[in-house]
Structures are given as C-alpha cells and as structure tokens.
Ligand binder design. Structure first.
Ligand SMILES: Cc1cc2nc3c(=O)[nH]c(=O)nc-3n(C[C@H](O)[C@H](O)[C@H](O)COP(=O)(O)OP(=O)(O)OC[C@H]3O[C@@H](n4cnc5c(N)ncnc54)[C@H](O)[C@@H]3O)c2cc1C
Length: 395
C-alpha cells in the first residue's frame, strides 16, 4: 500500500491529523492496534474546554473548538458534539488570573457571582457570603461536550467514507523502518507492507513503550466515575475548582466526572487495570478501596448539588505527560519523515485538532512549529538512550 501519510493510533490525535491531511488531499492510512477510541480518548469525560491555566493552551483549545464545530457541520456530527458551555467555580481571588488569560486569548466568557449563578442554575449550591470564601464562576459558553467513544467511532467511520484507509494491526506494530525517503510499517499481518512518505505517531500513553530518543512521558492512571441522578432541568457541565472535581451530564443519563487524582503507572495498559497502585504495591480493588474512594468523591459532588446521585461505576484511562507538561509535536530528531503528536495530558479533546492542523501545515508547507512544542527540546536529555529503537523492532 503506497501512501502519502501513515498515522499510528486512532485516538483524537490520530483522527485529527487524518482529517487535516485529508483536507489537503493527502492519501492517508491510520494503523490502529485495537479500535478507534480505545485509549484515553474513548475513556475521557468528553469536555472540550478553553478553561486552562496557560495562554498557549487556551489559544490552542479555542482553535480546536472552532475545528470541532466545523467537523460537526461537515461530517454530520450534530448528535455527538453539543455546545453546552462549562461553568467553573472559583474563589474570587483565584479567578483573576484565569479571566486575564481568557481575555488575552480573545475568549468570550461571562463572570457571575454566586447569586447570579444560583438564579440561573438553582440546583447548584454556592457560597454567597461576601467574605474571602465567596464563590464566583466563569462560564465559557462555546465549550463542547461529547460522548467521546461514540465520537471517535463515528468520526472514524466518516473519515473512512471520505477515503482514509484504516488498518487494524491487531497487535502493536513490531517494526517501523524509516529510510531517507519512505517509511515502512512491517509485520502487522497485513497482506503488504505499508509504505508512506511520512509517518506520524499518535499513540498517546503507548508512546512510552516506543523508546523515542529523549522522550519519556509520565503515564497517569486517571479515574472516571459515573453516577445515576434524578431528572434535573437545566443541568450543565461544571468544574468545581474549589473542591477539585468536575462533572458532565452524559447522553446515557449519567453524571460523569471525578476529582483531579491520578496515579503514576509504568505503562498505558497498567492504567486500564481496575486497581490502585500505592507505594509500588498493586492493590486490586477490594470493596473497601473502591467504596472509600467513591464515597470521598461522592461527598465532594453532593456538596455542590441539590439533587440525589446514586449507583455508580467507574473506569480508568491513561494520560501521557511530557517532562515539561507541554504537548510534543513535530519531527522526531534524527529522522526526515517521522513525526509525533503526543503529551496531551488531561486536555486533549480541544487541543488535538488545533495541533493536528499546525503539524499538517508544518509537514506540507514548511511552516515553523513552535520551538516550545518540538520533540528536539528533549533530545539531549542525558538520562535517555542515545539510539532510537522503537515499536518493538526498531524505528
Ligand atoms: C478519565 C479521563 C478523563 C479525561 N477527560 C478529558 C476531558 O474531559 N477533556 C479532555 O480534553 N481530555 C480529557 N482527557 C484526556 C484525553 O482523553 C487525552 O488527552 C486524549 O484522548 C489523548 O489522545 P491521543 O489520541 O493522544 O491518545 P489515545 O486516545 O490514547 O490514542 C492512542 C491510540 O493509539 C493506539 N495505539 C497505541 N500504540 C499502538 C501501536 N503500537 N500500534 C497501533 N496502535 C497503537 C491505541 O490503541 C489508541 O487507540 C481525559 C483522560 C482520561 C483518562
């Protein structure tokens, strides 16, 4: 199979790059070892928001939300992508930094005091005092909510209809050979080698196992909790920055969210296991661990709401974090045609589409990538291997 672009991984990063390349008439193939959305994307809470604490992230998210809106129209994703907005609850003094960043990035937002918020969303319980504990909210009304697994699956189908080739490699790719001109993916049980002009790794937390020179992400195992709740009018996604939880009403009638906890794990698959790892000892869920954690998070939630939540379930997903916390996007040092888009932390849904377009313009038009995002910033890290071996067989 001869292609312009090979993408490995069908999460939000890989699907976004595929769409961006398709929009430039490239012949694109996505190689995925499980299914679209299997990784962090399909396990995420599903909010694409601009409420971030860094100016670059806000600009990227704003652009990403514009792209998601365009996809909604062009790919008929109306039922999956919903503009709900996000309401974040802060103490007044800690809110100032966020409003400044949002204003500088040209984001439309509303600031409301506790009484205004409770008039509009009476089920929310906020502190209305005038003192230091007074709570205020920032409402960013363009933010988008989605059922992320359904989105990944449906978007992948739409891209397939538009001509993107999907190859299910069934197992992680054993070998990627990058020559001067072409890149070859071998030995995935596919009838032919897959050969392309360039290959882009969008393997999220699984990138860690690929041993890319200079880049060792941290993998965090992050929980997502689902609560049933009674029929409540006018419920919107909210982030409780005071108690450090976030909650999103899902299409399935559940309230989905968590606190901001993450546990460091060795690899991406370890982040999917239903257990806690504490001080190096893996403790599989005993009812006690599960119940104690759920009780704690439920208490934080009910502090905020005036309705009942009951019956819960939870799952975990991996997030990958670069050593400096910024995404890693661009050419892998030492190669002419191997690229990466990773390190999206817990906020990939809005930023990935923007980064995918930036990377596409870089590859096809030679536009500059931002130095602060490029993989070369880690290439001299003395702690890391000097050779690039990867994907089981060697890049
Ligand atoms: C519980 C949880 C909640 C979250 N909530 C939000 C949220 O509300 N909003 C938000 O913006 N972000 C959220 N995130 C973060 C978001 O999910 C990630 O930033 C984003 O999904 C990362 O996308 P990705 O495409 O880089 O990786 P992934 O979605 O993990 O995709 C990687 C893909 O690559 C495939 N793959 C890996 N290795 C190989 C290989 N060798 N060969 C072939 N295929 C391979 C995997 O199967 C997988 O499908 C959350 C994350 C978690 C875990």
């Amino acid at each position: 199979m001869n292609l312009d672009i090979i993408i490995v991984g069908a999460g939000i990063a890989g699907l976004s790059v595929a769409e961006a390349m398709l929009s430039r008439d490239m012949k694109v193939c996505i190689v995925e070892s499980r299914y679209a959305g299997y990784g962090a994307t399909g396990r995420s809470a599903g909010i694409a928001t601009v409420q971030m604490n860094d100016a670059l992230d806000i600009r990227l998210s704003k652009k990403g939300i514009d792209i998601l809106n365009r996809w909604r129209r062009e790919y008929n994703l109306d039922e999956i992508l919903n503009t709900t907005g996000l309401l974040s609850i802060y103490r007044q003094e800690s809110m100032m930094n966020y409003t400044r960043l949002l204003s500088e990035s040209g984001v439309a937002y509303e600031v409301m005091d506790a009484r205004e918020v409770m008039d509009r969303w009476p089920w929310l319980k906020l502190n209305t005092s005038d003192g230091a504990d007074a709570e205020w909210c920032i409402y960013t009304k363009e933010d988008i909510c989605m059922d992320p697994l359904l989105f990944a699956r449906l978007f992948a189908e739409r891209l397939k209809d538009m001509g993107v080739e999907f190859v299910n490699s069934k197992a992680d790719i054993p070998s990627i050979k990058a020559g001067a001109e072409r890149v070859t993916v071998k030995g995935i049980g596919y009838e032919h080698d897959i050969v392309g002009d360039a290959l882009i790794l969008c393997t999220g937390a699984w990138t860690k196992g690929m041993n890319i020179r200079g880049y060792t992400p941290t993998i965090l195992k992050v929980p997502l909790i689902f609560f049933m709740y009674e029929d409540v009018d006018n419920i919107i996604p909210f982030a409780d920055e005071v108690n450090q939880t976030y909650w999103i009403p899902s299409r399935t009638g559940m309230l989905v969210g968590a606190d901001y906890t993450g546990w460091s794990v060795d690899d991406a698959e370890g982040a999917l296991v239903e257990g806690f790892k504490i001080k190096g000892v893996r403790l599989y869920y005993t009812d006690d661990h599960l119940l104690t954690y759920l009780k704690h998070v439920r208490e934080l939630l009910v502090k905020r709401i005036g309705f009942n939540v009951y019956e819960s379930k939870m799952h975990f997903g991996p997030i990958s974090i670069t050593p400096d916390g910024r995404p890693i996007v661009g050419i892998i040092p030492g190669f002419r045609n191997l690229y990466i888009l990773d390190g999206l932390k817990g906020y990939g849904l809005a930023r990935a589409p923007a980064l995918a377009y930036m990377l596409t313009e870089h590859i096809l038009d030679g536009t500059d990538m931002m130095g602060e995002l490029e993989p070369s910033r880690f290439a001299n890290d003395a702690r890391l291997p000097k050779t690039v071996a990867g994907a089981g067989g060697g890049i």
